[in-house]
Write a new protein. Structure first.
Length: 323
């Protein structure tokens, strides 16, 4: 299957021609898939087995299925009666960050020396600047990342500066990353190549006030999956004062229109997090970057200098704290 993935990526440049050639097959297979769904896939055991072996399963445009047809959809700001966005406290924290020179000193493109750079396509200006600033301000002793990569490199940069201010600012980073990130073993972190669902819950119970739990996992609610484990098993066990990050959370907006209409991402973590925070007196919103860029964009630009150069970018970091 891995060889097939590489082959398909290698022929991406001829995708339009392939698109035209396979269109008749898509019509035939699509109609047959829809008929199977209508009759019941369990009545087609051979095809059902093939679906599982290929790693593919058809869905249809029906209210019992995940939604993929957003033709009539337009993005709008949603309002929440049950969530206190803590706007004044967010702005107070934002105004307390004084790290513009340090952020400006970080490279935009990859350098020979390695380390973090902003134009990485994954964790860029705004979101990364916020992470850096929170580490610099709260000086955590422990950081646990569920899903790692460029965020880890940015954390390392901030921790270096904290340590220069005193050895009491030592910080350990634990990365829970089971997928395709073996290079993490080359930097100064503890790497756990396992699913977060298989991690020892005691690991999270050791986090103390000012420490960070950074979550950037699958974004999908599934039975026995990582998102449910994080919300229902990990968050309630955290001590007071622990900072928690969720990535790709665009509240009070929905997920970006392009993701829904063109890329067909069926992510739903955001809505579970919103439900979790509704009328929840044990957690508070610390920094919701999508919210801030809608209502207080100038303050965000004044705080994060690299983001200010491309302020049209959508930010997706959502920070909360256990009370």
């Amino acid at each position: 299957m891995e060889y097939l993935k590489r082959f398909l990526k290698s022929i991406g440049w001829i995708a339009r021609g392939v698109d035209l050639l396979v269109a008749p097959l898509t019509i035939i297979s699509g109609l047959s898939f829809r008929a199977m769904k209508f009759i019941g896939v369990k009545k087609f055991p051979i095809n059902n087995s093939l679906f599982h072996k290929i790693g593919f399963f058809p869905i249809v445009n029906h209210y019992y299925e995940p939604q993929f047809d957003f033709k009539g959809y337009s993005q709008k700001i949603r309002h929440f009666e049950g969530i206190d966005f803590n706007a004044e406290a967010q702005l107070t924290l934002l105004h307390s960050f004084e790290y513009k020179q340090e952020l400006d000193a970080l490279p935009n493109v990859k350098s020979d020396g390695g380390g973090y750079f902003f134009n990485n396509g994954s964790f860029e200006s705004g979101d990364a600047e916020c992470y850096f600033s929170l580490i610099r301000k709260f000086k955590p002793k422990k950081i646990i990342e569920v899903g790692s990569g460029y965020s880890t490199l940015m954390a390392v940069e901030a921790i270096k500066l904290n340590r220069m201010e005193g050895e009491e600012n030592m910080c350990t980073i634990t990365c829970i990353e089971p997928y395709e990130m073996q290079w993490l073993s080359d930097i100064e972190v503890e790497l756990l190549t396992q699913k977060v669902e298989d991690a020892d819950l005691g690991l999270f119970e050791k986090l103390e006030a000012g420490d960070i739990l950074f979550i950037d996992s699958s974004h999908i609610i599934r039975p026995e999956g990582d998102v449910l484990f994080e919300i229902f098993e990990i968050l309630p066990r955290l001590r007071s004062g622990v900072l928690i990050h969720f990535h790709d959370i665009f509240t009070p907006l929905n997920y970006p229109e392009k993701w829904l209409k063109e890329e067909f991402r069926m992510w739903n973590e955001q809505y579970l997090l919103e439900a979790f925070l509704s009328h929840n007196a044990k957690f508070e919103v610390v920094l919701a970057l999508s919210y801030l860029t809608i209502y207080h964009k100038q303050e965000v630009c004044d705080t994060f200098p690299v983001y200010a150069k491309d302020a049209g970018k959508t930010l997706g970091s959502f920070w909360i704290r256990r009370l």
